[in-house]
Ligand binder design. Structure first.
Ligand SMILES: Cc1cc2nc3c(=O)[nH]c(=O)nc-3n(C[C@H](O)[C@H](O)[C@H](O)COP(=O)(O)OP(=O)(O)OC[C@H]3O[C@@H](n4cnc5c(N)ncnc54)[C@H](O)[C@@H]3O)c2cc1C
Length: 382
């Protein structure tokens, strides 16, 4: 049986749902979201640490984050669904002159775009986050508007708002192929019905490359395993405890329930669809955490899990139409920033699809940038 849609969004994670909701707001017509799993948001979105920050090194990433932070603050007004977005700030710890030089340059750019961000001394760091060892820290950068959002709230909010706006969401429906006619997308072949459509939005997260390949396109997005560990209750972690990023070691941590959530990006991990928990990886995270927060010596470890980043070579998303295939649109490759960029990504994707001027100039995120040799490296990656 074949049905018809004006747009088919592949993937019911945070990016697919945000994009579908925004397309519906633009009255794009019949929009269908296809998700292979039984539930929405069980992919990378469910594994995510919830961090939302505008402290990036490139203009486009800063702008995407600032717009998203604004949209998260106004989330209930737009979607009718209230979410947790704790703006306790992001604090980057700097321990040498080179880091300070790089972050000072980034802070200048961030401030020029209107971000409230300060370079602070170790005394101030100890005041904001008392359990942290600061004897080797020379400065920190702190933005109070950054924070932590609840991924599950955001999924439910966008899914509810999308459905209320007429979007159809089909679960347990795996896309197995794209119906092509020459260089044009004509439909989507699924484990259920085939859907005739002239527009496919690839929002398949770490699986985006597989979807692109169905249209013969090589999308430069690789799945890379990342791990997280959480602790049991810690009575010294205040409700206002911010997200901390130890730039030297790459460790990051924030308040999670009554304890801490700890994460680290192991640079040695090779691309693969591997979400198994590696005990050595877990141990390394714990050792790095003990070094920065010695009080953790008596902490109990609660949970540990692994998930996949969807990573591009320059650590920036790809948002836009494919070059040589008509009707294929990418919202992919967020490289560890997909939750925080989801609100703005859905907005600009819908604007671009509808032929409108985008709220943010997203030309640096074009699919074609790699072929043109115009990749833009984000250096502040965690
Ligand atoms: C450990 C970890 C920590 C992270 N921390 C942060 C953070 O602090 N802040 C932040 O902003 N980001 C973070 N991220 C990144 C963030 O989680 C992702 O960038 C974001 O969730 C991507 O959303 P998505 O919707 O593109 O992908 P997903 O959530 O993976 O959704 C894609 C969906 O597509 C579906 N799908 C795939 N193939 C098919 C198919 N053939 N047919 C139908 N459906 C299909 C999948 O089942 C999945 O549900 C983290 C990621 C990990 C792994």
């Amino acid at each position: 049986m074949t049905s018809r849609a004006d747009a088919v969004v592949i993937g019911g994670g945070i990016i697919g749902l945000s994009t579908a909701f925004q397309l519906a707001r633009h009255k794009f017509g019949k929009i269908v979201v296809l998700e292979k799993e039984m539930l929405l948001g069980t992919g990378a979105t469910a594994k995510c640490a919830g961090g939302v920050r505008a402290q990036f090194s490139t203009r486009i990433n800063i702008e995407m984050s600032m717009k998203s932070e604004e949209m998260l603050v106004g989330f209930e007004e737009t979607t009718g669904y209230s979410i947790v977005f704790d703006q306790n700030g992001y604090l980057f710890l700097l321990s040498d002159e080179k880091e300070l030089e790089d972050f000072t340059r980034a802070v200048e750019l961030q401030r020029s775009l209107g971000l409230k961000v300060d370079i602070i001394d170790p005394d101030e760091i100890s005041r904001i986050a008392p359990p942290i060892r600061t004897n080797d820290i020379i400065k920190g950068t702190f933005c109070p508007d950054d924070g932590i959002a609840d991924p599950s709230d955001m999924i439910q909010g966008y899914a509810t708002a999308a459905r209320n706006s007429g979007v159809e969401i089909s679960l347990e429906t795996e896309v197995t192929g794209l119906r092509m006619e020459g260089d044009s997308v004509k439909g989507v072949i699924t484990s259920g019905d085939e859907i005739e459509t002239a527009l496919v939005v690839n929002a398949a997260g770490p699986y985006a490359k597989i979807i692109a390949k169905m249209a013969g396109v090589d999308l430069l997005v690789e799945p890379i395993r990342r791990q997280i560990v959480t602790t049991g209750p810690l009575d010294y972690i205040e409700p206002t405890f911010p997200m901390i990023v130890d730039v030297k070691s790459g460790l990051y941590f924030h308040k999670e329930s009554p304890g801490l959530l700890l994460g680290w990006a192991d640079p040695k991990v090779k691309p693969a669809f591997d979400e198994s928990v590696d005990p050595d990886y877990t141990d390394t995270i714990i050792m790095k955490a003990l070094d920065r927060v010695p009080w953790l010596e008596t902490a109990e470890m609660a949970k540990s899990w692994a998930g996949l980043y969807e990573t591009t070579p320059d650590h920036h998303a790809i948002i836009g139409f494919a070059d040589n295939v008509k009707g294929l649109f990418f919202v992919n490759g967020f490289s560890g920033h997909g939750l925080m960029h989801a609100p703005a990504a859905g907005l600009v994707a819908a604007e671009l699809i509808c032929g409108k001027k985008t709220t943010i100039d997203i030309s640096p995120l074009a699919f074609s940038r790699f072929a043109r040799g115009e990749a833009i490296e984000e250096t502040n990656v965690i």
